[in-house]
Design a protein around this ligand. Structure first.
Ligand code: SF4
Length: 414
């Protein structure tokens, strides 16, 4: 297909595709899906080989947020039965992080619900960053604390943070439909503050909130312009107790097309499959590794992921390898040869993460569904007489509120 040849050529040269080309990727048919994955896979392997970076989320403060992000289980008025707790102490957070690092993660993402941190909050998180770095040499730490005020990014950088996550989430034109308590411009401003302070910027999106193809292309082109080092791609987990509870409109095929489009538009950037991976890609997760070079290990902020061991087995079975602490994630032109943590020739600092970021990420979770295990309309009979679901049916049965790890007495899933 001429389109795919063109996109591969551009991806290898770091040239921006046209909007029309990005839209055409989203419009490809199921018959062409493997060709799309193969083409984007060439770009992925050119910049990142077969490495998969593992990231581990620690939710420092869960729930009780005054903001009204429609997708979020921690929002004002959320009826979701998630864990609610205030700041973990540095040693508690460090213990939680250690589980993820032992499982193979090289980055810890420290997330806190809320509009943004107070200066006292920045002090707390600084202490936590120091505790984690003291106990785990070489670990990358990303903070995700919401909107930053002047000077806060610099203080986090001084405390040892490598990266800062804040997602754009959706297009500027639809942002007001998703959130009313802050603006798209607020979000852009925080990503720019992180850049300016020498932190590696991580900023991504959430797909599946009822947006159009044009919206998806808009937000990904805006991200390309902001030039974060990492782009987490979340797939909405529409869970009970939030305004988007009924937005089940993703299929595994659609998720793969979205990831391919992101890879073509941001070819040399760490593309991370974030929240919703298990719920929406389901058995197609291994194919997505040909597009993204990064995932979260274990659980998300407020929802459960698949077992960490299953993630590791999936990576090995698909012919990929977990990126080691001694391997540099980003291509050399992004790091100045120094890898994550170095701020090379870009003048903006490089390191990336995501996942949280106000806190679109894996944070979105769901409540255990009342109809778990029940096939929806249109299901057909399986060989053993049980029903088989269609790819576009809601999978509320795959959504579970996190009850283990940070903020609980139970061991984390890593
Ligand atoms: S995404 Fe962040 S700011 Fe928005 S409601 Fe959730 S915790 Fe609050």
């Amino acid at each position: 297909m001429d389109l795919l040849n063109t996109l591969v050529d551009k991806g290898l040269r770091r040239e921006t595709p046209t909007r029309g080309e990005a839209l055409a990727v989203l419009a490809t048919s199921d018959d062409d899906l493997l060709d799309v994955v193969a083409a984007a896979g060439k770009v992925r392997r050119h910049w990142f080989g077969r490495r998969v970076k593992l990231n581990y989320l620690v939710n420092l403060k869960s729930g009780l947020c005054p903001e009204d992000c429609s997708y979020c289980s921690q929002r004002l008025g959320s009826k979701a039965g998630i864990l609610k707790y205030t700041w973990l102490k540095p040693d508690e957070a460090s213990k939680a992080a250690a589980a993820g690092l032992a499982g193979g993660a090289k980055r810890v993402c420290l997330v806190a619900s809320g509009r943004g941190p107070t200066d006292r909050d920045v002090d707390r998180v600084s202490d936590t960053i120091k505790a984690i770095k003291e106990q785990n040499e070489g670990v990358e730490v990303c903070a995700c604390l919401g909107l930053l005020s002047d000077g806060q990014a610099e203080r986090l950088r001084e405390a040892g943070a490598d990266a800062y996550n804040h997602n754009l989430n959706t297009s500027e034109s639809t942002y007001g439909d998703i959130t009313t308590t802050h603006t798209y411009a607020d979000r852009v401003d925080t990503v720019q503050k992180a850049h300016a302070a020498g932190l590696s910027a991580c900023s991504g999106l959430i797909a599946g909130m009822g947006e159009s193809d044009e919206d998806l292309v808009d937000v990904v082109f805006s991200l390309r312009e902001l030039d974060p080092d990492s782009v987490p791609v979340n797939f909405l987990i529409p869970f009970e107790g939030t305004p988007l509870a009924k937005e089940w409109n993703l299929t595994p095929q659609r998720c793969l097309r979205i990831l391919a489009m992101v890879r073509f538009v941001c070819p040399d950037v760490e593309v991370r499959i974030a929240g919703g991976r298990e719920v929406h890609l389901r058995t197609m997760q291994p194919l997505a590794l040909h597009l993204a070079n990064s995932i979260f290990l274990g659980d998300y902020l407020t929802s459960e992921g698949q077992a960490g061991r299953a993630d590791l087995e999936m990576i090995a079975d698909a012919g990929f390898e977990v990126e080691g602490a001694d391997q540099v994630t980003l291509p050399e032109h992004r790091t100045g040869g120094g890898g994550c943590g170095s701020h090379g020739d870009r003048g903006c600092g490089s390191h990336g993460d995501g996942g949280c970021g106000s806190h679109g990420d894996g944070g979105v979770c769901g409540t255990a569904p009342a109809d778990a295990g029940r096939a929806g309309a249109g299901s057909r009979g399986g060989a053993d007489g049980e029903t088989v679901r269609r790819a576009d049916e809601p999978r509320t049965d795959l959504v579970a509120v996190r009850r283990r790890g940070a903020g609980t007495d139970l061991a984390p899933n890593a």
